[in-house]
Write a protein that binds this ligand. Structure first.
Ligand code: PMP
Ligand code: GLN
Length: 412
């Protein structure tokens, strides 16, 4: 195999690992972040209508993005970013945000360049950096008290970020709302990151796949990085239909930004996938056109908030102290109340959070994700933070969340 694989985890992604373990043990899977909620009929109808098309709807569409989809994305973002994006030059569609992450790294990073990440990070970021020949440089997004009460207690030390910049630094990743913490970044925090980007002339990759899921008790509304003063020109914003409409299997995402950066991304995209699946881009466009005209986003965020509150109370009453997330669909919970047999090991890691998540799956029947997967692999990364936590997803039916609650109640 290629030496490129040397940088990747041999056991595969933690999501596949924990879903397989959950299935094997018939555990309730609150690990991998895929919704189990019913998909609204207007979205399913849009997909059937697109597939019912007799001819051209089944052929390659425009490589940069299906025209109807890039047009409606431009419309959707106009007031959010504070400018009308040129749908032909400032947007490309990709195979999920995952391809957008990979594509942006291939487009920006030369071998030896450095890219700064905040840990915990989404696991695709370091992989995409390494696959482009770059070097991930990690800074901490850490709880400022133990246990943290809400995701706002998790903070970045801006001086640590500033110190991480070297002559080789090319870009910074930021994730808002944040997976796995649920943090919705304040305007002030984002402005500080922007100041560092400006000072050292860095590109910012702003992964905003959960942008439509910001809860009513969040102290901060969603602030798109690209709309901060002077930031549009240096920001690539990533988004995903999978998150927007709860259809992760559709695998449609995008990169938005200034024409020069977007063109560089497209140069990679054209030879990687060429274009994204036509019927589902049509369906995504039709769904977004409809969603803009209705209360879909407001209704969805209310539903998710109910599910969040359910999960938070299930965890809290069992002593798994939850950090209340202000956005996204995950909860970080402090599991140190769970006493683990010393002899317990797992096939993939001996770290405490892996042992805890395996134990919960096999002995309690509830699966969560060990956050060490979102930290550097070196010993001691993130201090004791990853080891004491587990990430639970609430994009799941209330029956599953309550079922998990019953199993936890019985155990504790
Ligand atoms: N970024 C983050 C923060 C995510 O959580 C995910 C997946 N859940 C992605 C990107 C990838 O999105 P997609 O499924 O559209 O590839
Ligand atoms: N993004 C999803 C999560 O955080 C999982 C994506 C995947 O399975 N690759 O759970």
């Amino acid at each position: 195999s290629s030496s490129r694989l040397d940088h990747l985890d041999k056991s595969g992604t933690v999501f596949a690992e924990m879903t397989t373990l959950a299935n094997t043990h018939k555990a309730i899977n609150l690990g991998q972040g895929f919704p189990t909620l019913p998909v609204p009929s207007f979205i399913r109808q849009a997909a059937s209508d697109a597939v019912a098309n007799e001819c051209m709807g089944h052929q390659y569409t425009r490589s940069e993005g299906n025209p109807r989809l890039v047009n409606v994305l431009s419309k959707f973002y106009a007031d959010k970013i504070g400018r009308v994006l040129n749908p032909l030059t400032e947007i490309i569609t990709t195979v999920g945000a995952t391809e957008a992450i990979y594509t942006s790294m291939q487009a920006l990073v030369s071998p030896g360049d450095e890219v700064i990440l905040m840990q915990p990070f989404y696991d695709s970021y370091p992989a995409a950096i390494e696959l482009s020949g770059g070097k991930p440089v990690v800074v901490n997004l850490a709880p400022t008290r133990t246990p943290a009460e809400s995701s706002a207690d998790w903070k970045l030390d801006i001086n640590e970020l500033r110190r991480a910049v070297t002559k080789k630094t090319k870009a910074i990743f930021i994730n808002n709302p944040h997976n796995p913490v649920g943090k919705v970044w304040t305007r002030e925090e984002l402005l500080e990151v922007g100041q560092v980007a400006q000072e050292f002339d860095l590109v910012v990759i702003s992964d905003e796949v959960y942008e439509t899921l910001v809860f009513s008790d969040s102290p901060e509304k969603m602030v798109k990085f690209a709309c901060l003063p002077g930031m549009f020109e240096r920001t690539i914003t990533l988004g995903s239909i999978g998150k927007m409409f709860g259809v992760t299997g559709w695998k449609i995402g995008w990169c938005l930004g200034p024409a020069d950066l977007i063109r560089s991304c497209w140069m990679i995209h054209q030879f990687n996938t060429f274009a994204v699946v036509t019927p589902l881009q049509e369906a995504a466009a039709a769904s977004l056109e409809k969603a803009i005209e209705t209360t879909y986003f407001a209704d969805t965020v209310k539903t998710y908030q109910t599910h969040r509150d359910h999960l938070v109370s299930v965890l809290a009453r069992n002593g798994l102290k939850p950090t209340i997330p202000h956005g996204g669909y995950f909860v970080m919970a402090d599991t140190t109340g769970l006493k683990l047999p010393k002899s317990l090991t797992t096939t993939t890691s001996t770290r405490r959070d892996y042992r805890a998540c395996h134990f919960m799956t096999t002995e309690i029947g509830v699966t969560a994700i060990p956050p060490s997967a979102f930290y550097e692999r070196k010993v001691g990364a993130g201090g004791d933070v990853p080891g004491r936590h587990a990430r639970f997803a609430f994009c799941k039916g209330l029956d599953l969340i309550d079922g998990a609650g019953e199993r936890l109640d019985k155990y504790f």
